[in-house]
Write a protein that binds this ligand. Structure first.
Ligand SMILES: Cc1cc2nc3c(=O)[nH]c(=O)nc-3n(C[C@H](O)[C@H](O)[C@H](O)COP(=O)(O)OP(=O)(O)OC[C@H]3O[C@@H](n4cnc5c(N)ncnc54)[C@H](O)[C@@H]3O)c2cc1C
Length: 527
């Protein structure tokens, strides 16, 4: 292929079924990467069906997405009531004294200065030495969250800090729709009644309720849990994760913004049969209790959430059913499944939109590099499955390694034997005092969650034996005074969350605009 030529496998037309966040994100990416070379993008959405309307926390990948599209934070964040997210604060997942809470930061450039000390101390602590091994003491994002500072590095700070966002799912959908249409994506409002499959088993057209045919070369199934094309028409099997991820329901309700402003982290609090999220927006806080119907009924879950967030019956609750698992193959023939149609792990690490972006990006790269043949599809599907299952294992670890046994749910979640070989090897390494960073790298799963995330999770719960004071003689012990000086010194450079959000308002000065950009590799990690 000569420079500038359009790769031959690029489709001339793409039809996206579904106008949720997944569908509109895909529309924007396809239009941006392929629109100029002649690919026509059409998105079909139904006003009768609507979107799921939850999914309000992101990983740092969302910044990559908006950066690539040339959309500034000042443009989209105020429109979507968005806030900054430095990571996730876990509360009540461990009953170990001193480990009742821990913070999972998005890995960031400054962590390189303290990460080795933290790893060293977790290893010493696993050997019984009474050294500091709580992750929050070592990492800048945890300090920013504690001080309610935005993770937006000022221009004179020499390191980029990775961060994600919280946002209103409906407003993001509206914003993306408006942007995509302005950039040339065609929108059709229709409810699809059937899918026409040709003699070779490929999707030929979507047929709406008025018998209108919508033809395309490539079809994107973004129809949510319905999975109307990939499962409904093509019959691709669904692989459930229910044997090791028990949660299948959520009950959701809002609370007002706290008097001291929105937090800079998602809060994930363990409850009797699952966990509750608290997602801070500029207009409200989103709350939801993700739980297992095997262990609690919807009314009891709703009552428990109301008690947890202090909300009475005057606030309406929404109940949702979740299907946890993935389709066997995401790319089948000329159909790619994304979003909830592709699968759903569960919302604990807010990874769903990350997987949408990753899947579309990988498809575009695969088609442009290798074409759309059987071998390219097989490699693509294997890579996407590895990523989804890598995320699943990290989420499963949250439950299996938790230190709670005060309800049937927690006794079951911390005892079951349904672990992948990868996760078994990580547990063996940790509990036998091995080098966990090396094990994560050996398994090549560090591009999904880096060693720092695994150490924070296992160490954050206090998965350590009792300390033996007399062994605390390691001459290479980490100097915690130095660590504290570094972490607090870095944090002192950052603006308050309130100031950073105010700087995004129309007409505000751009003095707080982020100085540098993260590397692509760092932004592709989930954690
Ligand atoms: C409880 C919960 C919490 C979550 N939290 C997070 C989070 O914090 N972070 C995160 O990244 N993700 C989260 N998610 C996942 C997130 O909500 C979804 O990944 C995201 O909203 C994308 O959904 P979607 O676009 O795939 O589906 P939907 O929003 O359900 O959209 C489906 C679209 O398909 C259309 N459609 C369906 N059938 C037809 C038809 N026959 N004809 C025409 N149109 C049709 C609908 O009209 C709609 O436009 C959460 C999910 C749940 C259940």
């Amino acid at each position: 292929m000569t420079d500038g030529a359009v790769p031959p496998a690029r489709p001339r037309s793409i039809v996206i079924l579904g106008g949720g966040t997944a569908g509109w994100m895909a529309a924007m990416l396809f239009q941006h990467r392929w629109g100029a070379s002649g690919t026509r993008i059409t998105l079909v959405e139904s006003k009768d069906i609507g979107i799921i309307g939850v999914g309000e926390g992101s990983t740092p990948q969302l910044k990559n997405f908006f950066d690539e599209l040339g959309i500034s934070e000042a443009e989209w964040m105020p429109r979507c009531n968005a806030t900054y997210k430095a990571g996730i604060a876990f509360h009540g997942w461990s009953d170990q004294p001193g480990f009742e809470t821990y913070f999972h930061p998005f890995q960031t450039a400054v962590d390189a200065f303290t990460e080795a000390g933290f790893f060293q101390n977790t290893r010493a602590r696993r050997a019984g030495q009474p050294v500091e091994a709580r992750p929050d003491r070592f990492f800048v994002p945890a300090r920013l969250a504690a001080e309610r500072k935005a993770p937006v590095a000022p221009a004179n700070f020499p390191f980029f800090i990775s961060y994600g966002y919280h946002f209103d799912a409906h407003l993001v959908g509206d914003f993306l729709r408006e942007q995509a249409m302005a950039r040339g994506v065609e929108r059709i409002e229709a409810t699809i009644a059937s899918v026409e499959i040709d003699s070779e088993g490929l999707v030929a057209a979507l047929i709406d309720r008025d018998a209108r045919r919508i033809e395309g070369e490539l079809f994107i199934d973004a129809s949510g849990f319905r999975a109307a094309i990939i499962e409904g028409a093509l019959g691709e099997p669904h692989r459930s994760f229910a044997n090791n991820l028990f949660n299948d329901r959520a009950v959701v309700m809002p609370t007002p913004v706290p008097a001291d402003g929105p937090e800079v982290a998602t809060r994930a609090t363990a409850l009797s049969a699952g966990w509750a999220w608290h997602i801070p927006l500029t207009s409200r806080s989103g709350n939801g209790y993700v739980h297992s119907s095997r262990f609690i009924d919807p009314a009891a879950a709703e009552a428990e959430l109301r008690a947890h967030i202090g909300v009475g019956p005057e606030v309406e609750a929404r109940h949702l059913t979740m299907r946890v698992g993935r389709v066997e193959r995401s790319w089948v023939g000329n159909c790619l499944a994304i979003g909830l149609a592709q699968g759903f792990v569960e919302p604990l690490e807010a990874t769903a939109l990350h997987v949408v972006m990753h899947t579309v990006d990988r498809l575009i790269q695969t088609v442009d590099r290798d074409g759309a043949n059987e071998a390219a599809r097989a490699d693509f599907n294997a890579a996407v499955t590895r990523r989804i299952e890598g995320i699943r294992d990290y989420i499963v670890c949250h439950y299996r390694a938790a230190r709670r046994s005060d309800s049937d749910y927690w006794r079951a979640a911390t005892k079951h034997d349904e672990l992948s070989d990868s996760l078994k090897a990580l547990f063996t390494c940790w509990f036998r005092g091995g080098d966990l960073a090396q094990e994560v790298i050996r398994q090549k799963i560090d591009t999904i969650y880096p060693p720092l995330s695994w150490h924070c999770l296992l160490g954050g719960y206090g998965n350590y034996p009792p300390c033996v004071a007399s062994q605390a003689t390691d001459p290479a012990r980490v100097d915690m005074v130095e660590v504290e000086r570094f972490v607090s010194g870095c944090a002192s450079n950052f603006p308050t969350h309130r100031d950073a959000l105010a700087a995004l308002a129309p007409g505000a000065s751009a003095a707080l605009a982020p100085g540098a950009s993260a590397t692509r590799a760092a932004m592709e990690q989930v954690g």
